[in-house]
Write a protein that binds this ligand. Structure first.
Ligand SMILES: [Mg+2]
Length: 357
């Protein structure tokens, strides 16, 4: 349907030789045409699926006998802006948030179910780019889109359910951290990057530099890309299981906040070591420092500690663990409650003057 419509309309309205771009909206294409067009983006490789897109429901192979399931919703204006991120970026991010939650249980992502709603005047091309972004992020994680639904709404809404497989292992929960464990992070160079990238976009500083004909620093562009397309370390989830992880979570709300969930669920104190956090390969201090100076932020460690949306994995391991290079030790678990930095209980954004840039 999508392949034939543009030419037909162009011929009707323009006449031969006039190649003015014709934008087809989702209202013009209709729901069934839109679903048919989206489906082409998800491919026909259905490994892991018994029945994929195109029937009343999908049938997904679950050899383990258990299925890991999570769902997450992105709403235009609240979680993304169409003038700040491309459709493909939003697709990548929507998929990544869900796939990272599967990895954070120690599981391998298998399948996504995608709910999409948008205004009738939205270009079909935009929706297809969104679908392509979702499909591309799925292939990074080894998952497939198994089905979905579309509807009309005033704002763009992308609601994704992800399913995963534990492969016979026990799920890694938030409640298993024990005093004496070490805390480690996987997802090299990502911590604080998405928050710094968002601050750069919000400030408009890169747009002003581009208008003035100045080339943006590659380090800053990479931070912006981290905001638009987080890069969760999917393989590190099952790897953490093999390493004997006692608890795990992905960083979506910020390291301190997410470790706070682990500390609460486990009944422990998690003590982070600043000198291990604010360095390569956990974070990118040079890029973060540059971003802070560009947007007028007084310090950059706050992004590392409280920035969300990086979707790195943070886990606790028994003290005698031998961590591979994919995991960086950043702290310890002790008796007590909450999250501390260098032994001081975290109580807000102030008090870290020694890290101001
Ligand atoms: Mg999570």
């Amino acid at each position: 349907v999508f392949d034939t419509l543009p030419q037909a309309r162009a011929a009707d309205s323009e006449g031969p030789g006039n190649y003015r771009e014709v934008v087809i909206t989702i209202a013009e294409l209709g729901e069934f045409g839109l679903i048919a067009a989206i489906t082409t983006k998800f491919g026909d490789d259905v490994a892991g699926l018994e029945v994929g897109v195109g029937d009343d429901a999908a049938v997904i192979l679950a050899p383990d006998g258990r299925v890991v399931a999570t769902t997450d919703m992105l709403i235009e204006g609240r979680h993304f802006r169409r003038d700040w991120s491309s459709a493909a970026d939003i697709g990548h991010k929507a998929a990544a948030r869900n796939l990272a939650d599967i990895a954070a249980m120690g599981a391998v992502p298998i399948a996504l179910l995608v709910g999409f709603a948008g205004p009738g005047h939205l270009a079909v091309e935009w929706v297809l780019d969104l679908a392509a972004g979702i499909a591309a992020e799925c292939s990074v994680a080894g998952a497939k889109v198994a089905g979905g639904d579309t509807s009309r709404a005033e704002l763009v809404i992308v609601s994704i359910t992800a399913l995963g497989d534990l492969g016979g292992a026990a799920p890694v929960r938030r409640s298993g951290a024990r005093p004496g464990d070490v805390v480690a992070i996987a997802g090299a160079g990502s911590l604080g990057a998405a928050a710094a990238g968002l601050a750069l976009v919000e400030s408009g500083v890169l747009a002003r530099q581009a208008e003035a004909g100045l080339a943006a620093s590659p380090e800053l562009l990479d931070l912006v890309n981290s905001h638009r397309r987080p890069r969760p370390p999917y393989a590190a989830g099952p790897e953490a299981v093999r390493l004997g992880a006692t608890s795990m979570i992905d960083v979506s709300d910020g390291l301190i906040a997410d470790l706070g969930h682990v500390a609460d669920a486990s009944g422990v104190l998690i003590d982070l070591t600043a000198s291990k956090l604010a360095v390569e390969p956990v974070a990118r201090p040079a890029a973060l420092r540059l971003a802070a100076s560009q947007v007028g932020a007084s310090d950059w460690l706050t992004w590392v500690l409280t920035g969300g949306d990086d979707h790195v994995l943070v886990a606790t391991f028994p003290a005698d663990v031998v961590l591979p290079a994919s995991w960086s030790e950043v702290g310890t678990v002790t008796k007590g409650h909450g999250v501390a930095l260098d032994g001081q209980i975290w109580s807000g954004t102030g008090g870290w003057d020694h890290f101001r840039s």
